[in-house]
Design a protein around this ligand. Sequence first.
Ligand code: ATP
Length: 335
Amino acid sequence: MDSAIRIRGLEKEYGEVRALDGVDLDVPKGSFFGLLGPNGAGKTTFINILVGLVKKSGGSAEVFGADVEDDYREARDRIGLAPQEFNVDRFFPIREVLEHKAGYHGIPRQEAGERADEVLRRVGIYDKRDTRFDWLSGGMKRRFVLARALITEPDLLILDEPTAGVDVQLRHDLWDLITELNEAGTTILLTTHYIEEAERLCDEVAILDSGEIVEVASPEELMDRGPDKVTISLRNPPESAPHLSAGRDRIQDVELDGDELVVTAPEAGLLAPELVRELDRKGFEIVHFDISRTSLEEVFVEMTRADESTGGRDESADGKRADDEPAAVTGGEKA
Ligand code: ATP
């Protein structure tokens, strides 16, 4: 497989904290890849190692075959990063910020200006080009960090929670934009706490928990592992859940919740006709019938449930200590 990102035995320790504990991962070229994990799982550390902001403690990390430390420049030039936290020169007009960034990556002045206009149009804030970053709204700031990531026309776009705190309209705009980029060949690495976002966008997701990869699969494969839920509203509900013989060896649970009968079973669609016939035979009138699949969120919660016996993981995003080390690689700008 041709990998955009190739990680072997990656480790990171911050003093006593093992933020990454031997991660192996391949992100295929051209894929839309999700990195999911609860707070403190190690996602930002992983990304920061890729872009040279944090020095790994062990293992190897390559971006399009370039080692992120030994071939830092080569690896970094292929990556566009839209980080979770805004780390932008606040006092310059945003168009200038983009030109500086392009210049830093060796793009000639005139081309830098053209590209700046193009990416500002692309993310929909061209009319704000002469405004300084501080004066943009929260949503425009999100758009801007994406524009900044795109100015170098990266082959790998890393989006660290790109839709945190944005309104529905912008979320959809961003989804459309990154989907277009991916379709045009850009590899996307996305972290998000909106699991529905990953379910909708990603070809494949890795679930990271306490510094370890617990699963790599497509959202479809993961959702197939959980049972479906059939919710049947009845006009005249019985006192208690009726005994059902339809697919009885497959049904995992039957519950009556008010006038709704809730049946849990894998591949419930196959069971539906039989279920309807049986309820009809028994004299129930069905008002509404709905089958829902296990969501990726339910599978995710199950897989990353904290092990309470060991004290679990760090639940707090503020659990980070202040003793951050500076970027290990000199000459690297911050994001
Ligand atoms: P979130 O979803 O909350 O952003 P995350 O998955 O990005 O979390 P990281 O920020 O990578 O997780 O943190 C992983 C672990 O490393 C946490 O236990 C965190 O407290 C710790 N950590 C991160 N940065 C530092 C640092 N500079 N110094 C000490 N510990 C750190």
